[in-house]
Design a protein around this ligand. Structure first.
Ligand code: AMP
Length: 429
C-alpha cells in the first residue's frame, strides 16, 4: 500500500500520536458485513480493515467502545444484531469482547464506565434506533405533510439525546467508517461536536482521504480516470469534477454507448440513455476545450443476447448491428487503453469495462486490473473504487498490486464528485 502526504490539517488530533492512556475511545466502524443463513460472517474485509485502528488504541493504553450499524433494520431485530459478528471480531482483534445488547440505556452506560485499559465493548446495532439516521419511521407514505414534518422534528430532537448519550460513554472519538462518511448520522457526524479537541480519523479513513486527495488535489501527471459501469447518469457529476483534474479519461462499459450514439454511431441493442445524449456531447466538447483526451472503446465484444452463452463477435463500436449489443471492450480498445494507462502517473478506476458478472464478458475488466497493476509496479499511483472494479481486483488476487483499494462505494463517489462529506467535515472542523 502506498501512503502519501495529506491534506489532513496538521493541527488536528492524529491517531498515531494521540495519548490514549487510560482513555475510553468510542470508535465508529463499518461492520456492516454480509452474513449467511447461520449468521456467520461471509466476508470479513470490513472487520479486518478496522483492526489497525482498534489495535492502536489498545496498544497505546486505551479501551474501546465500538459502534456500527448492520443492515437496514426498521426496529430491533435479532437478524440484524451485531452479536452475530462477535466471534469474527474477536478472532481478527485477538481479544475477547464485551457486548452491550442495547446501545442506549443504563447497562451500556455502566459497561462503558467500567471499561479498563485494553478492554473492548461492542454496542448493539445503532440503527435499532431511528435517531441514528435521524429519520422518522413507521409513517405512512401518504401521511399529511404536517404529520411528516412533526415526526421529523421529533426525531431530530430525540437524536440530540441519543448522540449525547453515545458521547457520554467516552473520552475521545474516532471515525473509521469511510463507507458512511457521506451520511450526516449521529455516530458518523453529530457526535464529533462533543469532542472538539479529542476527535480524529482512524487509519482506514485517513488512508481513504489521502488516496482520494492524492488523485484529486495533487496528482502527478499524466493523470487518467477510467470510468465504466452501466449508466452515464450516475457518473455525470464525477466526470464533470474530473474534467478539471485529469489529462485522460477512458470511458468504457455500458455508459460508453450513450456517447457513441450521441456521436451518430450505430450501437444496435446496446445499453443507452437517450436522455443523456445531449449531456454526453457537452462533456466531449468540454473535454476538448480543457485539453482532456477521452478514450472510448474503438471496438467491442458484441453479443446477440444478454447471456453468458450468447453468440459473440468483435465489432467497431459505432457499427453494432441491430439485434446485437456491446458487452465488453474489444481487443483494439484494450490495446489503446493499455498504452494510456502505462503512460500515466496517477490512475483512478471506477466501474467495469463490460458485463463483468458473466465470465464471457469479464475479459476487459480483468485486463484493466492487469494494466493498472503493471503501471503501479512501474511507480504510478493507482486508486480503485466501486463494487465491480474492487471485486475484479480482489478476484484476481491483485489487491496488493494497486496502490489503494477504496472500501467506500457511495462515499467515494460523492467525494469524487467534489462534495464535502459530513463525516470528514465533522472531524476537520
Ligand atoms: P455501475 O453500478 O454503474 O458501476 O455499473 C455496474 C454494472 O454495469 C455491472 O453490473 C455491469 O454488468 C454493467 N455493465 C458494464 N458494461 C455493460 C454493458 N456493456 N452492457 C450492460 N451492462 C454493462
Amino acid at each position: 500500500m502506498y501512503l502519501c502526504t495529506t491534506q489532513i490539517p496538521e493541527e488536528m488530533q492524529n491517531i498515531s500520536t494521540y495519548n490514549f492512556i487510560g482513555k475510553r475511545a468510542i470508535v465508529r466502524v463499518d461492520f456492516n458485513v454480509p452474513l449467511n443463513a447461520d449468521f456467520q460472517v461471509t466476508d470479513n474485509t470490513r472487520i479486518r480493515a478496522a483492526v489497525p485502528t482498534l489495535k492502536k488504541v489498545l496498544e497505546r493504553g486505551g479501551s474501546l467502545i465500538i459502534m456500527s450499524h448492520l443492515g437496514r433494520p426498521k426496529k430491533a431485530e435479532d437478524k440484524f444484531s451485531l452479536r452475530h459478528i462477535i466471534p469474527e471480531v474477536e478472532k481478527q482483534l485477538g481479544t475477547s469482547l464485551l457486548f452491550a445488547p442495547d446501545c442506549m440505556g443504563k447497562e451500556a452506560a455502566d459497561m462503558a464506565a467500567a471499561l479498563k485499559p485494553g478492554e473492548v465493548l461492542l454496542l448493539e446495532n445503532l440503527r435499532f434506533y431511528a435517531e441514528e439516521e435521524g429519520k422518522p419511521r413507521g409513517l405512512a407514505e401518504d401521511a399529511p405533510e404536517e404529520e411528516k414534518k412533526a415526526a421529523k422534528a421529533a426525531v431530530k430532537e430525540s437524536q440530540k439525546k441519543f448522540t449525547a448519550t453515545l458521547a457520554s460513554y467516552a473520552d475521545c472519538y474516532i471515525n473509521d467508517a469511510f463507507g458512511t462518511a457521506h451520511r450526516a448520522h449521529a455516530s458518523t457526524t453529530l457526535i464529533a461536536s462533543y469532542f472538539p479537541n479529542d476527535k480524529m480519523f482512524g487509519f482506514l479513513m485517513e488512508g481513504e482521504i489521502k488516496a482520494i486527495d492524492k488523485v484529486l488535489e495533487f496528482p502527478e501527471h499524466p493523470t487518467t480516470a477510467i470510468l465504466g459501469g452501466a449508466k452515464v447518469s450516475g457518473k455525470i457529476a464525477i466526470i464533470e469534477h474530473l474534467l478539471d483534474r485529469v489529462d485522460n479519461m477512458i470511458i468504457g462499459g455500458g455508459m460508453s454507448f450513450t456517447f457513441i450514439k450521441a456521436r451518430g454511431g450505430n450501437i444496435g441493442d446496446s445499453l443507452c440513455e437517450d436522455d443523456q445524449m445531449p449531456l454526453a456531447l457537452e462533456i466531449m466538447k468540454k473535454a476538448e476545450e480543457k485539453g482532456v483526451r477521452i478514450y472510448i472503446s474503438e471496438d467491442v465484444v458484441a453479443a446477440d443476447a444478454f447471456d453468458n452463452g450468447a453468440n459473440t463477435k468483435i465489432c467497431p463500436v459505432d457499427q453494432i448491428p441491430d439485434g446485437w449489443r456491446g458487452m465488453d471492450a474489444g481487443p483494439q480498445a484494450l490495446e489503446t487503453w493499455k498504452q494510456v494507462i502505462m503512460d500515466s502517473k496517477t490512475i483512478l478506476w471506477n466501474g467495469p469495462a463490460g458485463v463483468f458478472e458473466m465470465p464471457a464478458f469479464a475479459n476487459g475488466t480483468l485486463r484493466l486490473v492487469e494494466f493498472v497493476a503493471e503501471a503501479t509496479a512501474k511507480g504510478s499511483f493507482s486508486l480503485v473504487g466501486g463494487g465491480d472494479s474492487v471485486a475484479a481486483v480482489t478476484q484476481m488476487g491483485f489487491a496488493g498490486k494497486v496502490s489503494y483499494v477504496s472500501t467506500g462505494g457511495g462515499a467515494m463517489l460523492e467525494y469524487l464528485e467534489g462534495k464535502i462529506l459530513p463525516g470528514i467535515q465533522a472531524i476537520r472542523q
